[in-house]
Design a binder for this molecule. Structure first.
Ligand code: ATP
Length: 200
């Protein structure tokens, strides 16, 4: 498969915005969170595994995933959440690999996810990891503007459950700064040129 580059960052950091710039350069992007949702809804093996773990209430009569029911079951039950993730994550890794193999003609492809494991921790072997970094206040402001139904406190709660900026940067090969002074497009172009060089 082509080189697989990870793009991660906290909520509202600008991961998707960065990935859309890569897409404009012709680079395919795997949006892991969206794809995981799709697999949970449609992948027959995953559906039967989830039903075995959580019971038939996990899907409604039409076969649709009962997302809020499941959220209520795993809320306050970290062990069950681990078991559920242990079903979903390997499916997403396998799906990422299959997806990437369709793009052997591309110099590299990108996987975007809010959580990407560090090298050697299982999951997809990422050749490089980009972390998108943005000031906290700006992230809260942007998410609130995008999802007005979310309160500032809810956004802060999500942020407090995610990795800290320091933890992410520790894993990063490259950092993209998405703030009010540094422009995104030149930073993405610079990385694109780096990944096109064969001596990576
Ligand atoms: P999430 O984890 O919630 O999916 P994300 O990290 O993918 O967030 P984006 O969706 O890319 O973040 O950005 C959050 C919001 O901020 C979006 O509405 C996006 O359009 C806006 N935004 C991000 N970066 C910029 C920027 N440099 N200039 C203007 N708006 C931006």
């Amino acid at each position: 498969r082509p080189l697989l580059i990870g793009v991660t960052g906290g909520i509202g950091s600008g991961k998707s915005t960065v990935c859309r710039i890569f897409e404009a350069l012709g680079i395919p992007v795997y949006y892991a969170d969206e794809r995981a949702k799709w697999l949970v809804d449609h992948d027959a093996i995953l559906k039967s595994d989830i039903t075995r773990l959580l019971g038939p209430e996990a899907y409604d009569i039409a076969g649709r995933y009962a997302r809020s029911w499941v959220a209520a079951q795993v809320f306050g039950n970290p062990e069950l959440l681990l078991q559920l993730n242990a079903l979903i994550h390997p499916r997403v890794y396998a799906d990422t690999d299959l997806w990437a193999r369709d793009y052997t003609g591309k110099p590299y492809v990108i996987k975007e996810a809010a959580l990407l494991r560090a090298a050697g921790e299982g999951g997809n072997r990422l050749d490089k990891l980009i972390v998108v970094q943005s000031p906290l206040e700006l992230r809260i402001h942007r998410v609130h503007k995008r999802d007005p139904q979310r309160t500032e406190q809810e956004i802060k709660n999500i942020i407090s459950r995610q990795l800290s900026d320091e933890e992410r940067i520790e894993m990063a090969d490259y950092v993209i700064y998405n703030n009010e002074t540094q422009l995104l497009i030149p930073q993405v172009l610079r990385l694109h040129e780096t990944f096109l060089r064969t001596d990576l």
